[in-house]
Design a protein around this ligand. Structure first.
Ligand code: HEC
Length: 111
């Protein structure tokens, strides 16, 4: 992510994000396996209103927040307009880096 974008995002939302953003050398390939085991339960078929993998209309506005923000929200869990996602998709064993990889995979497959 460009310096400008992350600075802008930082100013807008999550200044605490910069640490995650800085080491955000995400690996979408590794993320696929993490997604398949931990995220597909909801994100494949839209269970609990989760945005489906590959659904561009659902993901485009979300992706605009930037991967750093998406990752942060996936780590802490959040309640959005359509539903609630629990921290780390419900698997507390996943590391921040693994969540980042899974998010990178979802984003790559959905834009
Ligand atoms: C129990 C169901 C469930 C599981 C499992 C799940 N999610 Fe979600 N996720 C949701 C729901 C529901 C939303 C949409 C909430 C909303 O926007 O109202 C969501 C939204 C998201 C978003 C969009 C965030 C945003 O700001 O729009 C990302 C990124 C995401 N999930 C990543 C993941 C990752 C990565 C995993 C696996 C580690 C995962 N999810 C597992 C239910 C789930």
């Amino acid at each position: 992510m460009s310096r400008f974008l992350s600075t802008a995002l930082c100013a807008l939302f999550f200044c605490s994000m910069t640490s995650i953003d800085a080491k955000a050398a995400t690996d979408a390939k590794a993320g696929k396996a993490i997604y398949d085991t931990n995220c597909a339960a909801c994100h494949k078929d839209g269970v609990m209103n989760a945005p489906k993998l590959g659904d561009k209309a659902a993901w485009t506005p979300r992706i605009k927040q930037g991967i750093a923000v998406l990752t942060k929200k996936s780590i802490t869990g959040f309640t959005g307009k359509v539903g609630t996602m629990m921290p780390r998709g419900g698997n507390p064993k996943l590391t921040d880096a693994q969540i980042g990889d899974a998010v990178a995979y979802i984003v790559q497959a959905s834009k």
